[in-house]
Write a protein that binds this ligand. Structure first.
Ligand code: NAP
Length: 271
């Protein structure tokens, strides 16, 4: 599908949702800047995009290292001449256990990636887009940001924080002609969810998920929660009184509520 966006930066492009969006935008003829830590995977993706007729540039970078991230973003801004679309997608589900030895390490990694790196990326490009008088900033949050998930304290908190940040940012930037979109996926089949032991209702494959995200971005949606069944479900969950939510969480998540979320991204497993 041809996109109205011609120059696009995606963080967390080496796997899952970010990778699929990069492929889809690349096939549509956009020029892409792809950021992640896994150099080999980025090269393979860039090759796939090239074979499909697209163009891409890779940015090998650990987004949790602020000077390294800002250096990579500065390089991308200078070499691209400015982006029409920036998607802050990189994120980690983390694994926290109680009692646990590494919870603070995991917590810091989740906060540094899901909240700090995402907001730093968006803030970095907001300045250039405001000066240019156009552009579109997108954050990939989660329905997990609607309520605290059992075993996912840090993950839910960072996604809730990013949801609120995106809403505020939208108000700040709209008079400058810069759009802001908050994408809130439910469960999508990616390396992050592959090892989940918790129930994953309405699990969706990454290809239709990417197509839905791209459609929402193209339409300039302010926020988009999907799949729709999950969106309805989490809005109901949000409205539930605490005693009912606690009962449902214990029933659905069982001992995960005590022992932690199991999802993990390949390179973060050492935690
Ligand atoms: N899958 C789901 O069900 C689901 C649901 C709701 C929201 N989300 C959100 O969607 C986004 C993408 O998730 P996904 O499911 O596609 O996960 P994924 O397949 O694990 O991909 C995560 C991406 O983030 C990158 N990343 C991780 N740590 C990084 C770091 N320190 N610096 C730079 N890049 C880093 C990874 O690349 P490297 O390892 O190469 O760095 C990878 O490209 C995340 O924000 C996630 O929270 C996912």
């Amino acid at each position: 599908m041809e996109s109205k966006y011609k120059k696009i930066l995606i963080t967390g492009a080496s796997s899952g949702i970010g990778r699929q969006m990069a492929l889809d935008y690349g096939r549509g003829g956009a020029s892409l800047w792809l950021l992640a830590r896994s150099e080999q995977k980025l090269h393979e993706l860039a090759e796939e995009i090239r074979s499909a007729g697209g163009q891409s540039h890779i940015l090998v970078c650990d987004a949790t290292l602020e000077p390294v991230l800002l250096g990579a973003l500065q390089f991308a801004q200078a070499s691209s001449g400015g982006f029409d679309l920036v998607i802050a997608n990189a994120g980690w589900g983390g694994k926290m256990k109680y009692p646990g030895e590494n919870n603070i390490i995991v917590l810091n990694q989740i906060v540094d990636l899901n909240l700090k790196a995402a907001t730093q990326t968006l803030e970095f490009f907001a300045k250039f887009m405001v000066e240019a008088g156009h552009g579109h900033l997108v954050g990939i949050t989660s329905v997990a940001g609607f309520r605290g998930l059992p075993g996912g304290a840090a993950y839910s908190a960072t996604k809730a924080g990013l949801i609120t940040y995106l809403e505020s940012l939208r108000f700040s930037l709209q008079s400058f002609g810069v759009k802001v979109t908050d994408i809130r996926p439910g469960f999508i089949r990616t390396p992050m969810t592959d090892q989940n032991k918790v129930p994953m209702p309405f699990l969706m494959d990454v290809e239709p998920a990417s197509a839905k995200i791209i459609r929402a971005i193209e339409r300039g949606r302010k926020r988009f929660s999907f799949p729709w069944q999950m969106a309805v479900f989490v809005h109901l969950l949000k409205a539930l009184p605490d005693f009912m939510y606690d009962w449902l969480a214990a029933k659905s998540f069982g001992d995960i509520a005590a022992s932690g979320r199991k999802g993990k991204s390949e390179a973060n497993t050492s935690n």
